[in-house]
Structures are given as structure tokens and as C-alpha cells.
Design a protein around this ligand. Structure first.
Ligand code: FE2
Length: 451
């Protein structure tokens, strides 16, 4: 991992607690970083006067009394209140929030979409967001939205934050830079980024066009799942999450800040870059994570566990064991189980499953679920392998087999997912998706000996 090529005028720290310049390792660490020497107060948070004439300011990501609290202290050129003037409503009609139940769009069904195609129309992080489904209620901070983004244009002196949500970003094509108040995160396919609620940032295209998926989490923050009997290792290991080192801009140019707040978008005009945090410490940060470091655990004799065994991150709902959102990864792995139907089994699920393909072929759907594509198996809607997958898995010789060239994911929520108008009427819906189960045969004739 190398240090970033910084945007012009941006000054960055080197890593203070880790081995990599640009990023600091460790999920939920209490990080500290400074882009100018001595900018970070030591032994206290609020000195009477900060070094360099900086302002001290706390960003609280959880209630003060949450356990553990998540907050970050920033030392910045101007307090955030100077990056916020009067707000005007703006429209971003394709970025939709829950509740959004439409009378003429049927969400009940098994659905699959081809990749949303790129376009020549200039699209940035805000105008390029296409909501596919919403669930729960943004006003009460439960549920989520699933988006596809198409981005071919950098934000120029434009900044954004979501007061509604934490964003989990899953690139599928192209490379993006998130220049945030707390530093810079670059992501590409096979990596993810997590942008916390309230953090101001700008998104730049490093290599386009860019397409990917976003899970917008209205609820409690993502955390690492409890591993239970698995123990202390494997799945996503904390050290593989990377927080950025401090980086700031001292740039006085007309700028806009757009805020997503209670499902609506508002814009304010300011005279400088809000990315002016010179030093910070705390545990409320953006992250990047390389999905190739995810260590899957699975069946080694017969049967296989529920797909929850592949959970990367989980966002609790308040009901123990029942997630607001699970982010689940299906990646390369060995299949070795004996006398076992190895693909995902047929099932109905109280949880609602939205899947995306990052690359390769998914084992339950060898055809039709293509990279960039999305599928939805909603609350209590039956689904499972198509006929080819069933026949293949039922009749193959069960030697050790490596699933190669495959990376798909699932955003799974306890709430039913409602299709947006875009998903139901504009996105490339595969009308024939449910036909994939048509040719499944009745094999039962009352006589034994079919095994
Ligand atoms: Fe499923």
C-alpha cells in the first residue's frame, strides 16, 4: 500500500500508529493522527487555546451515553458551524428514502436486474445514485436503502454528508476517492468503504466510469459480528480495516455542501473547503476494507451452515440476533462436504435478501446473475438454485472443488424491501427471471430408490 497522491493543496499526515502511510489499521481503534506536528493536543481534548489557532470540535456518532461511545475529536481551521449557512431544498429524485411504498410497483416477487448501464450524461456521487429498494423508515432510524451508483464525474468544490445514514460502498467498476474531513480513502473493486453518518466528504473519480452498490444504513452502525464458537480468528479480522490519516485543505473558493436529512436534500453555500481538519483522535471514522482479506469458514464434512457464516459486518436492530442489516460475502472457497447438496438450498426467509455480483459466477445461478447485476428475494419469497445448478450439484462427483472467480454479496435486512419506481420501471429488469425454476421436474413417484 502506498501513500496517496494528494489533491492539489491538501496536506496529509503520515501514519502515526500503523505500518502503512495513508491508512491506520484496526476496526474500532482509538486512533490519533495529525497532518501538522503538534496540532493534536495531548492528555486532554479542549485546551484553552489549540495549536496553530485551530478550533476543537467533537463529532458524536453515538449518544453520549452509548456503551461504548463512538466519537472523534477534530482540530480544524474553522468550526463546522462556519461550513453551514442557510439551507435550500434541492431535488435528487432518484435517491429515494423509506418509507416509499408505491401503488403501481409490485415489490412482492423474485426479481433480478442486469447491470444498470453507463451513460454519457455527466453524473457525480449525488446525481448518479439510483435507489433500487428501501426498507424501514428513515425518520425513526431503522432499515436501509440499496442503491446502484453510476459515477463518471468528480465533485468540484461540492461536498456532501448524510445525517440519515452510514454508507457501505461496494465498487464493481472504476476507482473512487472519498476525500473526507478525516482523510482520504481510495477504493476499487474487491474493496469496500464505510462512510459514517455526519462525515463531510467529496467524491472524485480516479478511474472511470464507476459503477457499484451502496447499502445506506439508517440504523445502528455496522459492527463486526460476534464469532461465537468460531473464536477469535477468521471472517473479517479487525486489523484489515483501514482508517485514513489526517489530511486537510486550506482552500478559499465558493463551495456547496449538500446534506441528506430525513430523506430530503438541502444545499448550503460557503466560501471555503470544509475539509479542514488538521488533526483528530477518536473511534468514529471512515474505513476501507479489502474483501480479499476475508477468511471464509464453512463446511468440512457434510451439510453447510446458514449463509450468516459469511457475514462481514452486521448492523444490529435492537432485537438480539436479528440484524437491521447483514453484509454477507460469497467469495472464492473450497467445497469439500461429502454426500451434500453443496449450493445454497431452497428456502424462504423472514429476512429480505438483496444480492449484487462484483465479479464472476455465483454458484446457485450459473447464468443470468452477471457482474453488476442485482437480485432481490424479498421477505418469505421462496428461492433457490435454478434447474442447471440443481441437476449439476445433485449428480456431480463430490471431490474437493475450488470455487474460483466468484465474488457476490448480500445486503440482508429484517425489513421487507420496497422497489423504487426506478427499479420497477427503468432499471433493466429481467422479466423472465422466475422462469429459471420452470424446468425443475417432479421426480417423486412414490417409489423408493431415487437416491
Ligand atoms: Fe436466500
Amino acid at each position: 500500500m502506498t501513500r496517496h497522491d494528494l489533491p492539489k493543496g491538501m496536506i496529509s499526515a503520515t501514519s502515526t500508529t500503523g505500518t502503512h502511510a495513508g491508512y491506520m489499521p484496526g476496526w474500532a481503534n482509538d486512533f490519533e493522527t495529525e497532518a501538522l506536528p503538534g496540532a493534536l493536543p495531548q492528555g486532554m481534548n479542549s485546551p484553552q487555546k489549540c495549536e496553530y489557532g485551530l478550533y476543537g470540535e467533537q463529532l458524536s456518532g453515538t449518544a453520549f451515553t452509548a456503551n461504548p461511545p463512538e466519537r472523534t475529536w477534530t482540530y480544524r481551521i474553522r468550526p463546522s458551524v462556519k461550513h453551514s449557512a442557510r439551507y435550500e431544498r434541492i431535488d435528487l429524485p432518484l435517491w429515494v428514502s423509506a418509507p416509499n411504498v408505491l401503488p403501481d410497483v409490485t415489490s412482492l416477487g423474485q426479481y433480478r436486474w442486469d447491470p444498470v448501464p453507463h451513460t454519457d450524461v455527466p453524473l457525480n456521487w449525488l446525481t448518479g445514485m439510483r435507489t433500487m429498494t428501501t426498507a424501514g423508515d428513515v425518520h425513526t432510524q431503522i432499515g436501509m436503502a440499496a442503491h446502484v451508483y453510476l459515477v463518471n464525474q468528480s465533485m468540484e468544490d461540492e461536498y456532501f454528508f448524510s445525517a440519515d445514514s452510514e454508507l457501505l460502498v461496494v465498487p464493481q467498476e472504476g476507482r473512487l476517492r472519498f476525500a473526507t474531513e478525516l482523510g482520504i480513502i481510495d477504493v476499487e473493486p474487491k474493496e469496500i468503504a464505510i462512510i459514517p453518518r455526519g462525515l463531510v466528504y467529496r467524491v472524485e473519480v480516479l478511474e472511470g466510469p464507476c459503477r457499484g452498490f451502496v447499502c445506506e444504513n439508517y440504523g445502528q452502525k455496522f459492527e463486526l459480528p460476534g464469532r461465537g464458537p468460531i473464536g477469535a480468528n477468521c471472517l473479517a479480522n479487525p486489523r484489515d480495516f483501514k482508517a485514513p490519516v489526517a489530511a486537510f485543505e486550506d482552500r478559499e473558493v465558493p463551495s456547496t455542501v449538500t446534506v441528506k436529512w430525513c430523506g430530503q436534500f438541502h444545499q448550503t453555500k460557503i466560501g471555503q473547503s470544509p475539509l479542514d481538519v488538521v488533526a483528530w483522535h477518536g473511534n468514529y471514522t471512515p474505513y476501507k476494507y479489502d474483501l480479499r482479506t476475508y477468511c471464509p469458514v464453512g463446511a468440512i464434512l457434510f451439510d453447510h451452515p446458514d449463509p450468516s457464516i459469511f457475514t462481514v459486518l452486521t448492523a444490529p436492530s435492537g432485537v438480539p440476533g436479528t440484524a437491521n442489516i447483514d453484509f454477507v460475502l460469497f467469495r472464492e472457497r473450497w467445497l469439500v462436504a461429502e454426500d451434500t447438496f453443496r449450493p445454497p438450498w431452497y428456502h424462504k426467509n423472514i429476512m429480505s435478501e438483496l444480492m449484487g455480483n462484483i465479479y464472476g459466477q455465483y454458484d446457485a445461478k450459473p447464468q443470468g446473475f452477471v457482474p453488476g447485476g442485482v437480485s432481490l428475494h424479498n421477505m418469505m419469497l421462496p428461492h433457490g438454485p435454478d434447474r442447471n445448478a440443481f441437476e449439476g450439484a445433485s449428480n456431480s462427483n463430490l471431490g474437493p472443488e475450488k470455487l474460483e472467480n466468484t465474488m457476490s454479496f448480500m445486503f440482508e435486512t429484517r425489513f421487507p424491501q420496497q422497489l423504487t419506481e426506478f427499479a420497477g420501471k427503468e432499471a433493466p429488469l429481467q422479466d423472465n427471471y422466475i422462469d429459471c425454476w420452470d424446468s425443475l421436474e417432479k421426480k417423486f413417484d412414490g417409489k423408493p430408490g431415487k437416491k
